[in-house]
Design a protein around this ligand. Structure first.
Ligand code: CA
Length: 224
């Protein structure tokens, strides 16, 4: 497994590299945003840890540009404790998880392994439900052959619903999988994103495949 560390604090960088290598990972490092972006654009990495405050280009921009370029490598953002950005921003820009500095090495490694497992599952298949097709590798979506543009978060939500077609998922389950197990905030954000998805995936096609189960959660239904 090849990991890219984008981190400008030299001591932290070499500490992470040394310890990740001790865990059996291969590690490349970049100490500024532009170098990190250039390396990551190769698509060669299995996961990336990305600092936010970086010289050259900040972690948000790096992450955003990677996603725009269709690079789906899992990204763990390392956020500063009292930074001007928050975790919600990190996830909205297409990061997969975040970890607040200072963090413990054990937690960092566990998070990286969790991302790699998730990505391993995601790489294995294309999914089709009710005329909706997603390519989990290319992160593309279409319905009845018509391409649909989704944000990374909307995509993750649709993907989770498709994996669980026919089953009702609670808001808590959705938050856990689509946001983060460590998500803290208003769970109504799920409702908001379900609304976004319906506008893009259901409404234009005259469908109501995403069903609200009152008091329980949401379900994606196959056509009859
Ligand atoms: Ca930094």
């Amino acid at each position: 497994m090849l990991i890219l560390i984008v981190e400008d604090e030299i001591h932290l960088c070499s500490y992470l590299k040394k310890n990740l290598e001790a865990e059996g990972f291969s590690v490349d490092v970049a100490q500024d945003g532009l170098t990190g972006l250039e390396l990551a654009l190769s698509g060669a990495y299995d996961a990336i840890t990305l600092d936010i405050m970086l010289p050259g280009m900040n972690g948000y921009e790096v992450c955003g540009k990677l996603r725009q370029a269709g690079i789906g490598t899992p990204i763990l953002m390392l956020t500063a404790k009292d930074g001007e950005y928050d975790e919600a921003d990190a996830l909205d820009i297409g990061a997969d998880d975040f970890l607040r500095k200072p963090f413990s090495l054990v937690v960092l490694i566990a998070r990286i392994r969790a991302l790699l497992r998730r990505e391993g599952v995601a790489r294995s298949a294309k999914l089709a439900v009710a005329g909706i097709e997603i390519d989990q590798r290319a992160r593309s979506v279409s319905r009845e052959g018509v391409p649909i543009e989704l944000t990374p978060r909307e995509f993750a939500l649709l993907e989770y619903l498709m994996h669980n077609v026919g089953s009702t998922l609670s808001k808590a389950q959705i938050l856990d999988h689509v946001w983060s197990p460590s998500f803290v905030g208003d769970e109504n954000v799920v409702e908001v994103y379900i609304g976004y998805l319906r506008k893009k995936v259901d409404a234009p096609f005259g469908k109501k495949s995403i069903v609200t189960v009152r008091g329980v959660g949401y379900r994606l239904e196959e056509d009859e």
